[in-house]
Design a binder for this molecule. Structure first.
Ligand code: HEM
Ligand code: NAG
Length: 328
């Protein structure tokens, strides 16, 4: 009987832990009711100046969540003793939009000091970016806390490179709790934004030991890409990832794949397995269903490895860990 009571007590304790560790829509409604509006206003301003920042923020949230969970670790600056995630070659110089998060954080600190986490600001900003580019809006469960660790070395093992094939992508997303279907859905984020030539120039000039150009890339498109990305790996050159509509969340990314115009191996490879290929076709036929699935997958992504309750901290400046300043 005593044993049973202990068991029941233990179960109750762990249940309440579960509940506590969950994010909640409207988390700031009492503590900082205007939080989501303030973030949206900053994203809107940034988007008005440079539409590409929306893509930057969506990617930034992905890169935050896949490395140590959605804990704002991607926002932390390197220090003399630590090379942070943002200075890994997968993020620097390509990741953009940090200043948008900084502006939003400064506004939020002015009205509700020490309340809204950087990780939540980024999750809100990614949602607003999806919305502003024509995707479906969605409620963002919040209550994430900011992490105190950011290591460049962890980006390489957690983020998929553009050279991955469908099996490798499926495995990489499975590691984060996603199905293959969700992987295909989320890859649709490449319907907006740009890529540096260096991210895919191997497909144009040095594919493998027998062929220089990737035969799965439409030759006409390859020729156009070679014009925009001459051999020599100029690190500054960029191209739109979905040239027909670079700032619009639409099905055009999937349409491109169907005609061998996926920019990366990791995009075009979705045509190489029957399950993923049929999903590509479905998404072209029913864009609204894809947009719905995309919104749901973004919410799911926003839950990866979150810190809640007393874990982590609420940073004052999203680039600087507070724990570190105090010598923890
Ligand atoms: C499936 C595996 C993925 C791979 C291999 C991959 C790889 C890449 C690469 C190499 C770039 C170009 C970076 C550059 O050279 O400038 C890029 C851009 C981008 N990625 Fe992904 N990505 C993947 C999944 C995702 C996911 C899940 C999202 C978001 C949900 C996402 C959002 C974006 C966006 C929006 C851009 C454009 C960024 C900008 O314009 O600044 N990607 N991705
Ligand atoms: C190079 O790529 C071509 C086309 O995909 C393929 O047929 C060939 O087997 C590859 N060669 C090597 C050595 O990997």
């Amino acid at each position: 009987m005593k044993k049973l009571l202990v068991c029941v007590a233990l179960i109750l304790v762990s249940l309440s832990r579960c509940v506590n560790s969950q994010l909640r829509v409207g988390f700031y409604e009492n503590s900082c009711w205007s939080a989501e509006f303030i973030v949206k206003e900053e994203v809107r301003k940034a988007f008005f100046k440079d539409k590409g920042l929306a893509a930057g923020l969506v990617r930034m949230h992905f890169h935050d969540c896949f490395v140590r969970g959605c804990d704002g670790s991607v926002l932390i600056d390197s220090t003399p003793s630590n090379t942070a995630e943002k200075d890994s070659p997968v993020n620097n110089p390509s990741l953009r939009g940090f200043e948008v998060i900084d502006y939003a954080k400064a506004k939020l600190e002015a009205v509700c000091k020490g309340v809204v986490s950087c990780a939540d600001i980024l999750a809100f900003a990614a949602r607003d970016s999806v919305e502003m580019t024509g995707g479906f809006g969605y409620d963002v469960p919040a209550g994430r806390r900011d992490g105190r660790v950011s290591l460049a070395s962890e980006t390489l093992t957690n983020l998929p490179p553009p050279t991955f094939n469908v099996d490798q992508l499926t495995q990489n997303f499975d590691n984060k709790g996603f199905t293959q279907q969700e992987m295909v859905t989320l890859s649709g984020a490449h319907t907006i934004g740009r890529s540096h030539c260096t991210s895919f120039s191997n497909r144009l000039y040095s594919f493998n030991t027998t062929v220089s150009q990737d035969p799965s890339l439409d030759p006409g498109y390859a020729a156009a890409l070679k014009q925009q990305c001459p051999q020599g790996n100029d690190p500054n050159l960029v191209v739109p990832m979905d040239p027909p509509s670079p700032n619009t969340m639409d099905e055009s990314y999937y349409r491109g794949i169907l005609v061998n115009r996926g920019l990366f191996t990791s995009d075009q490879t979705l045509l190489t397995s029957s399950a993923t290929a049929s999903q590509v076709i479905q998404n072209v036929r029913a864009p609204s269903i894809w947009k719905n699935n995309f919104a749901a997958a973004m919410v799911k992504m926003g839950n990866i490895g979150v810190l809640t309750g007393d874990a982590g901290e609420i940073r004052e400046n999203c680039r600087v860990i507070i724990g570190q300043l105090r010598g923890h």
